[in-house]
Design a protein around this ligand. Structure first.
Ligand code: DQA
Length: 145
């Protein structure tokens, strides 16, 4: 089973940005964590990060047929990108939205996710484990499809 893990703006700055919220571990450590988790769950993964909305949309449109499902942390695009919502909707594949922080316990503007409505579910607030939980949920969902 092949899963594409998409990370949006500023996630490449993990370990540097708002350490009190996102932790000390950096993006390289997240990638190592994701590869280990995927191996444990017998999943093949590719990881892609971009600071640009359009590049994320291009990646989804160009490569969706190669993957059985997607994990997406859209970063701030979560809260305003109708274009990303439309891209997710348009490929007819299961997406799980994940967030490191609990977006519901932060600023008001973070409480609303535009993109979650195009996904099968959302996991928020468990740090790196949000991705791990997302992989478990996505795999089970795909098996039962
Ligand atoms: C985030 C939460 C977003 O509100 C924020 O803009 C991010 C990271 C998270 O993983 O907690 O960049 O998606």
């Amino acid at each position: 089973m092949k899963i594409l893990i998409l990370n949006g703006p500023n996630l490449n700055f993990l370990g540097k940005r708002e350490i009190g919220i996102y932790g000390k571990r950096d993006y390289e450590e997240l990638k190592i964590f994701l590869k280990k988790s995927a191996k444990n769950f017998d999943l093949e993964i590719e990881i892609y990060q971009s600071n640009h909305e359009g590049y994320l949309i291009d990646k989804i449109q160009e490569e969706y047929s190669k993957f059985d499902g997607f994990i997406i942390n859209p970063g701030a695009l979560t809260h305003y990108s109708i274009a990303l919502y439309d891209a997710i909707k348009s490929v007819n594949k299961p997406f799980v939205e994940v967030h490191l922080s609990n977006i519901h316990s932060r600023e008001e503007f973070r409480k609303n996710s535009i993109t979650a409505g195009a996904c099968i579910g959302q996991i928020s607030g468990f740090g790196f484990n949000s991705y791990k939980l997302g992989l478990i949920a996505l795999k089970d969902y795909i098996i039962e499809l």
